[in-house]
Design a protein around this ligand. Structure first.
Ligand code: SF4
Length: 61
C-alpha cells in the first residue's frame, strides 16, 4: 500500500502524526509522509488515519 498527503488540504492538525508516527511526521507547515510504502502491519492504522483526517488529505492506493 502506498500513501501520500495532499499538502493543499492538510491543516496540520497533528492527528495522523500522533497516531502513526512510523509513517507521518509534522513538517514545517503540513504533515509529511516518511514511509510512502506502508509496512503491511500498519496498513490498518494508516487507513484509520485517512478516515479520521478532518481534511481528507491522506490518500492511499
Ligand atoms: S490528520 Fe490530515 S489534516 Fe491532520 S495533520 Fe494529518 S494529513 Fe494533515
Amino acid at each position: 500500500m502506498k500513501v501520500k498527503i495532499d499538502a493543499d488540504l492538510c491543516t496540520a492538525c497533528g492527528l495522523c502524526t500522533d497516531s502513526v508516527p512510523q509513517v507521518f511526521k509534522m513538517g514545517k507547515d503540513v504533515a509529511e509522509v516518511i514511509a510512502a510504502d506502508v509496512p503491511a502491519n500498519i496498513e490498518g492504522a494508516v487507513k484509520d488515519a485517512a478516515s479520521d483526517c478532518p481534511a481528507e488529505a491522506i490518500l492511499f492506493s
